[in-house]
Write a new protein. Sequence first.
Length: 583
Amino acid sequence: MTALFLLQYTDKEEVVLWMNTVGPYHNRQETYKYFSLPFCVGTKKTISHYHETLGEALQGVELEFSGLDITFKEEVMQTTYCDIELDKPKRDAFVYAIKNHYWYQMYIDDLPIWGIVGEADENGEDHYLWTYKKLEIGYNGNRIVDVNLTSEGKVKLVPNTRIPMSYSVKWKKSDVKFEDRFDKYLDPSFFQHRIHWFSIFNSFMMVIFLVGLVSMILMRTLRKDYARYSKEEEMDDMDRDLGDEYGWKQVHGDVFRPSSHPLIFSSLVGSGCQIFSVSLIVIILAMIEDLYTERGSMLSTAIFVYAATSPVNGYFGGSLYAKQGGRRWIKQMFIGAFLIPAMVCGTAFFINFIAIYYHASRAIPFGTMLMCCICFFVILPLNLVGTILGRNISGQPNFPCRVNAVPRPIPEKKWFMEPAVIVCLGGILPFGSIFIEMYFIFTSFWAYKIYYVYGFMMLVLVILCIVTVCVTIVCTYFLLNAEDYRCNCFKMNVILKIFFFFFFFFFFSASTAVYVYMYSFYYYFFKTKMYGLFQTSFYFGYMAVFSTALGIMCDLHIIALLLVLIASVVLICKSLWIKMSAK
């Protein structure tokens, strides 16, 4: 939070009213400069333009001086500060804004204020502009703790007329503490509703059920296999050779076979570890620092934390690539380092073209692009450090058994044991554990709520991890029991093999991301009133980025639990085999 001494005023000190953006109410991200509409500026001498932070620039913050004369504790009666010479083009601009329910945002002492441009009559024929800004500012000691705006002075828009714009300022004492001044913008009745608590409880019960189910399945299955091996100890060699050996015990020599595409595979795993680390750190910082109280601070924090956690990406991606015998480690490092940034920047670059065409404030300026590039190039050396550490510390293969020289053929199996079916089913329960929270997060980002219950988000993240782990164990066991140790086990050309490799392995449990993206379509059509090319492109473009990042993060848990499960299974098989051989 901004240092408190920077927000202290003395009597008659200037208080700046910043005008931010204006745009359609139903399209929150479609914003334009406030003075892109033909509003007039106050008579006070212009001060230097406000310099945005990285997060503010990426979020389209465009603060411009209003020109209104406001001083601390000095009341101002209704005063005209400028006149609008309303010709036909200006009238048409205001009429268009009123028809599309344009609203604007202002800031006083970092406290946001919202107002409506105007309104139409019941028939929609006449349009009126609000011309009087009535400001009421609350103070506690020498700090501003509350700001309210009342729009009055409704004037009909008639071409070739002069419209006076006026304002007034009233100061009042307030008992609100400075550290609590942002509480009025929060909505506890929405975020702490019993439905929210019930969804957390429901997800927690799902976790208990899944953990119990997984434990029961594995214990019963392994106990049955152990009993079968104990019975085989009493058989002679011929009877034992004729025994029906099946299931996961048959593939112990193939499960650690290197991936068909280890370079991309390890890059995805490293990126998943990094995204998980960023999510965890940012949520913890948001719980401690209340990042939602400052413009763009959440996005700025996420960018810098992502850059700082690049060694995590390099370590896990580089070590996995080395374990699979990969030799092009420099290429893997580059792909791992720029996989997520390239995906985000590619989407942002496309949307930026649309924003420039619309002259929207969301158009990213060159200076901000340069700053992002600098951050991304900081990623590379940090990723290099992580890659070197990963290759040298944990890059040696330490598999509990030898990999067969000849790959074992994959037998025919029932349709519901095909990877495509398991992919579709694998993401249902993880999505079910988070979809209520998705509604609250979507409403905060795409509507006008401020998300502040990061404790809930942390709980949901933990629940998502546990549910994904349990689903991964069950699905992995089913595939291994069907003696299917590969994902690209289809007879097809090379291009289709690559595509299906991505699809089946990447979305094995990360298919949760597909359900999240499908839910975003439902949310768009039934929970919002968004319209237009810009807002639609912005919504579905960044929802695709969010869903893909979520999928990559879920993919992290797949790999971790896959290796743990297979290692456990192989060690059990190995101990049983040694016991029988000794017999």
